[in-house]
Ligand binder design. Sequence first.
Ligand code: SAM
Length: 227
Amino acid sequence: MIRREDNIAWLYINGEERLCTRNLAKGGVYGERIIVYEGEEYRVWDPFRSKLAAIIIKGLKNMPIKRGTSVLYLGASTGTTVSHISDIVEDGIVFAVEPAVRVARELLEKVVKKRKNVIPIIEDARKALYHSIFGKVDVVYCDIAQPDQTEIALMNCKNYLKEEGYLMLVIKSRSIDVTKEPKDVINEEISKLRMFEISESINLEPFDKDHAMVIARYSSRSSKNIL
Ligand code: SAM
């Protein structure tokens, strides 16, 4: 073990430092390597498969997702990243939104069945209304690769994000406007986050091309509207 912060750990594996999460359930989710260290299972977290792993490896300074955190995750897909967040939050909760039924079936089989802290929501995040969520969450995580992804994220924040909570927004510049420079698209999207203080903006290369993740704190002190 090199170091561990709550359920996120760095382990030495074959002479390399690897990012891992302490496994909340038994066994793997997507074929990831499992290491047993001092009697506990750790799942190796692949930055080429998960953008959250990529930003941690790239030096994220303030990680808003910790043990006990409640997360509204938009674009859960088959649950690769959701499963690692489930490890991290442990006694917190992850509301996993995914509208594609075939994909969601895999999410249910591989993740939800084995993890009590993941609540599936088979809905379009555009509606931004979910019957299974009461109250507000600490973090809205959005990775839906849609041209209007920022507007969708903001609608969800308006309805579900606590004051001083964090938005973690994956910006895929190519799915917003292929004709513009990725940097310009990312800056344009950031300018829409008027009610937020930008905490960090991290380019995902070399793990993902033309992607960035913006981490922003919802600030009620601003007099502007969220949308
Ligand atoms: N976040 C996932 C991970 O790291 O494991 C990968 C997400 S993948 C890039 C994008 C996902 O967003 C797809 O599964 C897609 O079905 C979903 N998606 C697209 N439009 C959506 C919408 N309007 N509401 C919710 N999810 C959406």
